[in-house]
Design a protein around this ligand. Sequence first.
Ligand SMILES: C[S@@+](CC[C@H](N)C(=O)[O-])C[C@H]1O[C@@H](n2cnc3c(N)ncnc32)[C@H](O)[C@@H]1O
Length: 236
Amino acid sequence: MTISDTYQSTQNTQKQYSVPVTLLQLVRKALGLMTVKPSKLLEVGSSSYSVLSQIVKSELDGGANLICIDNDSSAIDLGSRLNPETKFVALNALNIQEIDEVFDLILDSHMIHCLESISQVKNYLLRSNSVLSQNGIMIIETMIANNEFFVENKSWIVESFPGKFSIVERAGVGRRVVFEQLFLEDLVKECGFEISYLYFVNGNRFVFDGNRDNAVSSDPDAIQLVLKKKLNDILV
Ligand SMILES: C[S@@+](CC[C@H](N)C(=O)[O-])C[C@H]1O[C@@H](n2cnc3c(N)ncnc32)[C@H](O)[C@@H]1O
């Protein structure tokens, strides 16, 4: 098998939710960027499975408070039953401030692109920033479009703002925001964050079709961001 065959086979066998191992590695990396261990954690759009609950057990020796939110109450009910030690709350991410807590670490794995418009994305980022502690971090994994995505999937595009983002709809997946990388970078900065770490997950793609399990090269790429709250006082 040539290197190119191996690469292609990796591309084709990555599944949409084969992410958690990579995501755990990302959270561990982000912990290494923090000056203190986080004691309050929030997982947004967790569904019934919490990635951070593993971090609380393995990296934080159980000594942290974790809240998971999702706007799907059946996922939240299931999550509470499967993980009785974790607090699951049915809540729209756009109302994140209703929890009335300040968090040291916020994880958003694949939720942000489920929001319905860029103004919702912006509101959500601003609100997340406002509930983040001074030295806290926010970790986001989401989709980034590539050229092939636009060429191959024209019929899925509901609305497109070249160089910025597209709203895409696909049977079996629903409506999603697909960002372009520089636009997403600018957006998070506009919402009060600075980027500590940005990574394209090699060979990891979102399967953008409910009728197949395997990724193809025209599926959106996965991007991972570790964000810090921008501090206004810069010492010179
Ligand atoms: C693609 S799934 C990701 C699930 C999980 N975090 C993962 O990475 O496998 C997106 C999740 O976000 C939730 N979600 C979508 N819009 C939301 C919103 N406005 N507020 C809270 N949760 C939302 C969905 O119910 C769903 O559970």
